[in-house]
Ligand binder design. Sequence first.
Ligand SMILES: CC(C)(COP(=O)(O)OP(=O)(O)OC[C@H]1O[C@@H](n2cnc3c(N)ncnc32)[C@H](O)[C@@H]1O)[C@@H](O)C(=O)NCCC(=O)NCCS
Ligand SMILES: Nc1ncnc2c1ncn2[C@@H]1O[C@H](COP(=O)(O)OP(=O)(O)OP(=O)(O)O)[C@@H](O)[C@H]1O
Length: 204
Amino acid sequence: MIKVGLTGGIGAGKSTVARTFVEQGAYLVDSDAIAREVVAPGSAGLAALVEAFGPEILDDHGALDRAALAARAFTDAQSTQKLNAVTHPLIGARTAELFAAAPDDAIILHDVPLLVENGMAPLYDAVVVVHTDADVRLDRLVQHRGMDREDARQRIDKQATDEQRREVADIWLVNHGSPEELAAEALRVWNEELIPLRDKKSGA
Ligand SMILES: CC(C)(COP(=O)(O)OP(=O)(O)OC[C@H]1O[C@@H](n2cnc3c(N)ncnc32)[C@H](O)[C@@H]1O)[C@@H](O)C(=O)NCCC(=O)NCCS
Ligand SMILES: Nc1ncnc2c1ncn2[C@@H]1O[C@H](COP(=O)(O)OP(=O)(O)OP(=O)(O)O)[C@@H](O)[C@H]1O
């Protein structure tokens, strides 16, 4: 088994790389998905968020209004810290359960936006960073995902810098071309770097 950490700033293109690795058989542990799970309606996580940010972060059905929370949580560093203090321990506990369930010969792919921010690089056999210049990311998030530019910009401000990510990267993928080019490069990394790393570790 090997553990591969996949990271990059918001909108860098992690999803394309994760999809390629999963198609090849990676065991995916997706932090954004876990982050949603731990604040599902009725959860202790959601109750803790309401305690921290107020009932205005709930929609009419009592579920989390994600945009309302984002509008409160990313405005200043203290609010982001408050968000992280509630969610990150819950995400960490669920992540550990999913890692423990992986098969012995797995290539575990941990898709984790805040890998660098949370000092997690030493946990992995390899860290893959997807890099895209911030202005390109902002344009893509607004055009393709309908995201509010200011929201995206505020999140970028709360995340690691490109230099910090470069320092921990074992594999650096640049996503300035087409998604197909990125997927092809990810496939090369899978075949030429990750499979040999897993086989070396398992003594094959
Ligand atoms: C505030 C929330 C509800 C906003 O939801 P929304 O649907 O708009 O965004 P989503 O969760 O899909 O995240 C999109 C991207 O935003 C960025 N982002 C999310 N949370 C954070 C954070 N705490 N700090 C910096 N960037 C963040 C990441 O790049 C992430 O990939 C949500 O992001 C959240 O619960 N965040 C706290 C949990 C967390 O830290 N998640 C990041 C992965 S561990
Ligand atoms: N090479 C590309 N050319 C054009 N658009 C792209 C490219 N790569 C990604 N995108 C678009 O940019 C947006 C962000 O990409 P993606 O969702 O893969 O990023 P991510 O790193 O997973 O982001 P997040 O951290 O927000 O989860 C998406 O709407 C995607 O369709």
